[in-house]
Design a protein around this ligand. Sequence first.
Ligand code: SIN
Length: 292
Amino acid sequence: MSTTELTHLTANRIGGSFVADVSGVDLSRDMNDAWEAIHTAYLEHKILTFHGQSLTAKQFHDFGEKFGSIEPHTVVMYHHEEFPGITVLSNRVEMGRPKGIRDAGSHWHSDYSYKAVPANVTILFALEVPEQGGDTRFIDLSAAYHALPEETKQRLEGLTALHHYRCTKDREHPEGRWRLLSETEREATPEVVHPVVRIHPETGEKSIFVFPGITSGIQHIIGMEAAESDALLNGLYKHCTDKRFEFTYKWRAGDLVLWDNRCTMHHASTDVLPADHYRTLYRINTKGTKPV
Ligand code: SIN
């Protein structure tokens, strides 16, 4: 692709503090030439949306590899047959078997935050979406951090929290399924400790890095009494989920959306999607760096 054509790539901010709509790029053709511009826009806007894309599984996989080493999902049955690095999200059932994960997380979370080295990017590519429903919601966690009172920022300095995949104090929680994982999957998801506020390794910006969702499995702040830890975490969750930090994305088939898990969290809404409203997407996550 020529430089002239590349100048057609534009990223227009569509959320308040984050999210840009990118136009002028056909990823099936231009992903190599446009990569630098895409990467710069990704760091600036945290979330990028592309429309009208037509990608094979291989092309989608190739695009994912540009962001780092692809990390297949913990639960093996949802891997794409040919490219295990692609996770299939779908509410379709084929020959009696789910085609993919029906609900990849209808709660606030950041992908793989329960791992010692969480994901940097998540990329979703929509193969089919319903007319209504199945939106994805996002929160800008850097904006949420910057909006905290100075004394709360000081209080969070140096704090760490214990994360454990899908573990919950409520043993009966239907989503608390760590105990249902295979032995190998359990071994891949031990307890991990991360800072409550992390510094973005590429931009240097600070973000809150605790999440109320079950996949994050956040148990408590290390070294703090349970009541104090619960109060602090619940206060942070309430602050972060304020509407002023939120953006909701309505999908169209052919959309590709990518986001930076190091400074955002997201929330699917597939838990309430009627069974005959079909939604199938491919997902890729790449390995980031240990949060500091
Ligand atoms: C996810 O939580 O990774 C998937 C989001 C979605 O399906 O909307």
